[in-house]
Design a protein around this ligand. Structure first.
Ligand SMILES: C[S@@+](CC[C@H](N)C(=O)[O-])C[C@H]1O[C@@H](n2cnc3c(N)ncnc32)[C@H](O)[C@@H]1O
Length: 192
């Protein structure tokens, strides 16, 4: 339900969070080739500079919503990210996965990371943003992380372990200032 999803995200401040993620997390430059894995309705595209954007998601509904909203501003594919290599779609400067890893168990998340690795150009980067469990943690932030629909919200070490199994250079940074409500995010940065 793309409209319900986008409405809830707006309520908790996801719109201003997206602006902040673009401004000081993603470091995407005008002209970059960007792959958005698990793009959903591609809300982030409204905040990106002029880029060569491909959004991919299993969900036909999300991809239809993205096409209706953004038209030619990007390309949108209803498929699994693992299909890109077979189609010869590689060579991205930046791959992003916003709110995706915490929906995937370790085996699926590592598989997705390997697919992403193969889609990057040399020197390319992969950036993920997900909810984070911390010890200690603001009780509201902890509750929201526990209530998330994603069954695999991880600690900093959990996200690090995933990324380290596939990428040579990684960092996982906590951010607690992205939403209007108390919330902890993990920013996972990977490169080859
Ligand atoms: C919580 S949504 C995040 C949507 C969007 N990135 C955002 O920030 O609003 C996670 C999405 O990842 C997609 N997804 C998960 N694994 C995927 C894969 N291997 N290939 C394509 N899409 C995937 C799901 O279909 C779902 O729409």
């Amino acid at each position: 339900m793309p409209k319900v999803y986008t409405g809830f995200q707006d309520f908790v401040g996801a719109r201003s969070a997206r602006q902040r993620i673009v401004d000081d997390v993603l470091e995407i430059r005008s002209g970059d080739r960007v792959l958005d894995v698990g793009c959903g309705p591609a809300d982030i595209l409204a905040f990106l500079p002029q880029v060569d954007y491909l959004g991919i998601d299993y969900s036909e509904d999300y991809i239809d919503a993205a096409r209706r909203r953004f038209g030619n501003r990007g390309r949108f594919l209803a498929a699994d990210v693992s299909s890109l290599r077979d189609q010869g779609i590689t060579g991205f400067d930046v791959v992003i996965a916003l709110g995706v890893l915490h929906h995937l168990d370790d085996v699926s998340a590592k598989g997705l990371m390997r697919d992403v690795r193969d889609s990057l150009k040399p020197g390319g980067r992969f950036v993920c943003v997900d909810p984070l469990i911390e010890y200690p943690q603001n009780p509201i932030a902890r509750l929201l992380a526990r209530l998330d629909r994603g069954q695999f919200v991880r600690t900093r070490e959990g996200y690090s372990e995933l990324a380290r199994s596939v990428f040579a250079i990684i960092s996982v940074e906590p951010r607690r200032d992205l939403l209007r409500v108390p919330y902890s995010h993990a920013i996972t940065r990977c490169s080859l």
